[in-house]
Design a protein around this ligand. Sequence first.
Ligand code: ADP
Ligand code: MG
Ligand code: MG
Length: 902
Amino acid sequence: MAAQETVEHKYVYDFAEGNKDLKDLLGGKGANLAEMTNLGLPVPPGFIITTEACKAYLATGEEPAGLAGQIATHLEALEREMGRRLGDPDDPLLVSVRSGAKFSMPGMMETVLNVGLNDRSVVGLSAQAGGNDRFAWDSYRRLIQMFGKTVCEVPGEEFEHALDEAKRAKGTTNDLDLDADDLRGLVDAYKKIFVKHTGREFPQEPREQLDLAIRAVFESWNAERAVVYRRQERIPADLGTAVNVVSMVFGNLGPDSGTGVAFTRDPGSGAQGIYGDYLTNAQGEDVVAGIRNTVPLQELEQLDKKSYDELLAFMARLEGHYKDLCDIEFTIERGKLWMLQTRVGKRTAAAAFVIAGQLVDEGVIDLDEALHRVNGAQLAQLMFPRFRLDHEFQPVAKGIGASPGAASGKVVFTSARAVELAAEGEAVILVRRETNPDDLNGMIAAQGILTSRGGKTSHAAVVARGMGKTCVSGADEIDVNVPAKRFTVAGQTVNEGDIVSIDGTTGKVYLGEVPVMPSEVVQYFEGSLDPEHVDNPLVRAVHRIMSHADAKRRLAVRTNADTGADAARARRFGAQGIGLCRTEHMFLGDRRELVERLILARTDDERESALAALLPLQRDDFKEIFREMDGLPVTVRLIDPPLHEFLPPLEQLAVNVAVAQERGEDVAKEEALLAAVRRMHEENPMLGLRGVRLGLVIPGLFAMQVRAIAEAAVAVTRAGAVAKPEIMVPLVGAVQELETVRAEAEKIIAEVVGDSGVEVLIGTMIEVPRAALTAGQIAEAAQFFSFGTNDLTQMAWGFSRDDVEGAFFWRYLELGIFGISPFESIDRDGVGRLVRIAAEEGRAARPELKLGVCGEHGGDPDSVHFFHEVGLDYVSCSPFRVPVARLEAGRAAVETDGSDSR
Ligand code: ADP
Ligand code: MG
Ligand code: MG
């Protein structure tokens, strides 16, 4: 019989066995501790329990087979290396048990320090520290506190309360004034708290402490706050956390010890230099907990020059190694520096650009890599108007920056009041505990939304982002009292009508009106800041990286613009044409009357005269746009919305008729309009008589528009500019629709264009699922496709955006049915599949078919990458998103370079 060989799964890695690329398995903290160890930096020895062990534990509720043995083996090795044993009463080894997932989740998970101390070894620890009783008891009380809170769910306030009590008894606010006896007393108090809440004594057996702490770290992965955080940050729920077991070094041994954090560059601005905080005679958690005031890292130079110089050298080393901003946690034990953590540090949007630019200058990374290090979301943040924050403005509260922007206005507490004041021309900020679908009108009317509860996926946040409105959510220092029409914050009362300012980027809330200014980056895009000459590192970095993106990208970027002014601005922002010019605004204002005549026409003559009156108006609109876009393509969409949208609402007409009748006036026209509105009423206007259908049932309507476009193009060209019109037919679902429109259009174009040299393309939007699925046929009749991904999304999902975003999207996001609204970022699996099919089948039928997208997705970073992958020729987006799309198109090109065979 063959011997059965079982290879035990490896769940525990020594630091020396890992490296920075093993974050999936070892978590970020562990992988980087391993990397530092292998670089030869002074990391206290330790080992890592893998995320796989965590996942196995979470799946079964038990430690996987073999884990306990492997921990024992690694612990023995650690004890040998350190020359100390866990639990040795005379010279105990102490360890920290630290969580560390693949993505850092600051403050979300748990760490326990000083594991291994008990009533006996606390004495040994003191002896080993040269009779430093204070240090030993301080370490012990910290263990009970952290262990109680983290492992046994003892309410942390109780320990804090007892600590405050001890300080009060001593007549001090500084924990350093507590001596060994005070701390011994505190340990007794802590133990009582522990017994009260857990029904058992504080565990004295070190290995039991260790095992329970490891288990608690595993379980912290599923703690509610961690779950919520992951959802907000879109971190997958199934990664699990690793556990780092690290031999303790002590920053609380006296004035020659301490602990701190450091950044290799300023994570706020990106500026070069040394940034950080240091705290003497303390253990790590004190720095973040803000228990005592830290000193700027620079002061360490006076306190301990040797450690300071060494730290600076390590920082330079790490930055050179990671080729990026690093953040670092360190501890000094009696003049000896220990490195406890490093990672590529988080940074603001501005710092991301500045640092990427600097690293290129320093020759550390190339421009492709710089492009990879920034993203469109950051660029978009840098383009929002900003508060001009002079000294007098201090935030009174800070919530979550749920939807960026800067907004000031009068405080209101109800949707109705928001609508009322907005109608009077007031800027208002809607303040609620949380919003619900009933608040929608108020949210639309407001400049901004402020809530005291809820995170990035709360109703307020989701709806505000959908509307592009500034929103700060979850500002929990604010106490909202809706019935009393006031809120209180930081001891102040703010009443309805008082002015507040909210920053949806930083989440900060200010009292009073903070002035707003355009961002420097926008000034640069507008052309009013010269990147070569301005002394502004951010503008220089943006310029440099944008230029590289432009050089690399394969996707062209166009804009959606309906007026000459929009077209001109977008052109300054780098648009290479117009991808969507809507013609419906040309039917508004004083032109409504002509539309009414068109709708009410009883004879061909009446209809034709209404259309004839519209023709020159439209022609002038197009001329202006063609002039602005001289030399660049302009896609004009024939009229899309149902015509009754241009008539007054039913109720208003009914009132008009009644009033006029009362006065004995002639009501014939009003009555006719009313009848028309009733006749044309649609249950589902989104799916009604609109788009190409209008062109097919209202004789002469599309013909008039085609003529206006062609005539404008010819006129502009004769005047010396170059017009490149592309006529786009909306809502086509069948090739026959397009063929009918096209036959008529071609006749008119041939007649108008003559020998002017103007070339007019005719194409269609792909926004009805049937069009995508029959794209091969439709391409026979179309010179270009433009994906209208807004309608395509609505029709693929079967919900209308206006109805659903306020009604139930928050719930879908909460349930994870989608991670992000499909109107914000393209749903690759469903809607994206339709795009892919249409692109492939369209190109198969007509290889030179031009492909673009004109939905809002054209300016969404992730969607831009998708459109690059599918091989579209261009994306089109609103003027302000043009730089974002340029950047992301460049990133997409660089990231797929090499693997992209097109
Ligand atoms: P977080 O992920 O919340 O930063 P850490 O696991 O990094 O938690 O632990 C918090 C702090 O505890 C660290 O910054 C460090 O100062 C301290 N710490 C952790 N392990 C040790 C150790 N082995 N020796 C000394 N201090 C430690
Ligand atoms: Mg840390
Ligand atoms: Mg549409």
